[in-house]
Ligand binder design. Structure first.
Ligand code: ACO
Length: 403
């Protein structure tokens, strides 16, 4: 159908003028550059490499804040007072346990399954326990926020022990958020530096505007379904290798490269084969991702304390060589490039890197859930139809045999 673009009125026999059809905006694959919402949560300056949460520079939060304080800031919009923070920490602490029914359900998952799939299923199952009927009740919103922030780490740690054939261990009430997660995962109280660095990693991954998983969360939220479905849909979206799943692939890639000496030829070959270099490139950044800058510093702090990792040398060489070859196209390390090296030094298995990303990003998803509810209109974009027009149905016995 032709779209009328001129101001000429069509001949409609003198009836009231039909308003001209709106010109559809041009199709942008991946919605690149298309604003899909208004948001006051996070801002990114991709040319200068600047990232703020609610106006606070990420560097200041990573240096001074805690994950729970940052989550509070993201979700409720302001830094908490000392009393608000204490209450929030206490509430989260009181809701860390998950029902034995969910733990039993997780025991039925195949041990060979990916922990992101286990997390998606477990997060969705929370909706079975908590009603969605009071979606606009402020107390329901507070309870859902607390439950999700509290229980997602417990579910990630539980699946890790279950797939090893062990029973999940209960959260420790005396340990702060990050330290408790590492404890539930490893069954050992973590070193204080390791816990602080892990907490900073959660801050760095907590929010990043309208990335694929957050967009998914907002689309799901816009139907007024429950927040557990919102987070579960976002977890599923985060799992893909072009999004959160890239952090796992980065270490596989560094393994494959093998040595500093092997970097140049590996990169030449990868570029000539038009292969995507994992942990590089970002729709929003034309410079090195500010989170990668901070994560690299955290990795170095860990190496100083717990010993060097030769994989880091390979990564640094790759970054240096890639700066010449991919830098001119604005392709630099993203958040996933150094996060895997940090988690590896903390002794975390590779396939838990993305679930850990999900623990952190739950704060951002919930902030967007609240914001979406505050000015909701269901997402329903249009499409440009490219299929067949007006075909007559053909009876089965008259269709050509398959070749
Ligand atoms: N390695 C090599 N070339 C790349 C890379 C890369 N990592 N990323 C982009 N390019 C090139 C593309 O080949 C393309 O080149 P061309 O125009 O000559 O064809 C150009 O840059 C644009 O690439 P797109 O894929 O169109 O960029 P888009 O903005 O759609 O994708 C993405 C961004 C998905 C992050 C991409 O850079 C990528 O696949 N990176 C590797 C996976 C990764 O690290 N993902 C994690 C991202 S961070 C996060 O989600 C938490």
């Amino acid at each position: 159908m032709a779209v009328q673009t001129s101001g000429d009125a069509p001949d409609n026999g003198g009836a009231a003028a039909i308003p001209p059809a709106a010109v559809p905006p041009p199709f942008r694959p991946g919605l690149e550059g298309v604003p899909a919402t208004q948001s006051a949560i996070c801002s990114i300056d991709g040319n200068q490499g600047l990232l703020t949460y609610r106006g606070y520079p990420l560097e200041q939060l990573a240096q001074n804040s805690s994950f729970l304080e940052t989550a509070y800031l993201l979700i409720w919009g302001e830094l908490p007072t000392i009393f608000q923070l204490r209450d929030f920490e206490h509430d989260v602490q009181m809701h860390r346990r998950v029902s034995f029914r969910i733990r039993d359900m997780m025991k039925c998952f195949p041990a060979s399954g990916h922990p992101m799939d286990a997390l998606q299923a477990s997060a969705a199952s929370l909706g079975l326990f908590y009603s969605r009927r009071a979606l606009y009740d402020p107390q329901y919103i507070i309870d859902a926020v607390v439950r999700l922030i509290a229980k997602i780490p417990t579910m990630v740690a539980a699946f890790q022990l279950i797939r090893k054939g062990q029973d999940p261990i209960q959260p420790r009430e005396d340990l702060p958020y990050a330290a408790n997660f590492l404890y539930m995962l490893t069954e050992r109280e973590p070193d204080a530096l390791a816990a602080r660095i892990f907490d900073a990693c959660l801050i760095l991954h907590a929010e990043h505007s309208l990335n694929a998983s957050t967009f998914s969360a907002r689309v799901t939220a816009s139907t007024l379904t429950d927040p557990y479905a919102v987070v579960a849909s976002a977890v599923g979206t985060l799992a893909g290798p072009l999004h959160g799943g890239a952090n796992e692939d980065v270490l596989d890639m560094l393994d494959e490269i093998g040595s500093v000496e092997g970097v140049d030829s590996w990169l030449d070959r990868a570029i000539s084969q038009k292969q995507k270099i994992m942990g590089f490139g970002h729709r929003e950044y034309r410079v090195k991702d500010p989170r990668a800058v901070i994560l690299q510093g955290l990795a170095e702090e860990l190496f100083q304390r717990f010993g060097h990792d030769s994989m880091y040398d390979v990564a640094r060489r790759l970054e240096a060589v890639a700066a010449d070859r991919l830098g001119p196209k604005g392709i630099y390390p993203n958040v996933d490039f150094y996060s895997g090296l940090v988690y590896r030094k903390l002794g975390i298995p590779r396939d838990l890197f993305t679930p850990i990303f999900a623990i952190a990003r739950t704060a951002g998803w919930l902030a967007h859930w609240r914001e979406q509810l505050g000015a909701n209109r269901i997402y329903r974009p249009s499409q440009i139809y490219t299929g067949s027009v007006e075909r007559a149905w053909v009876p089965l016995d008259q269709r050509p045999a398959a070749t």
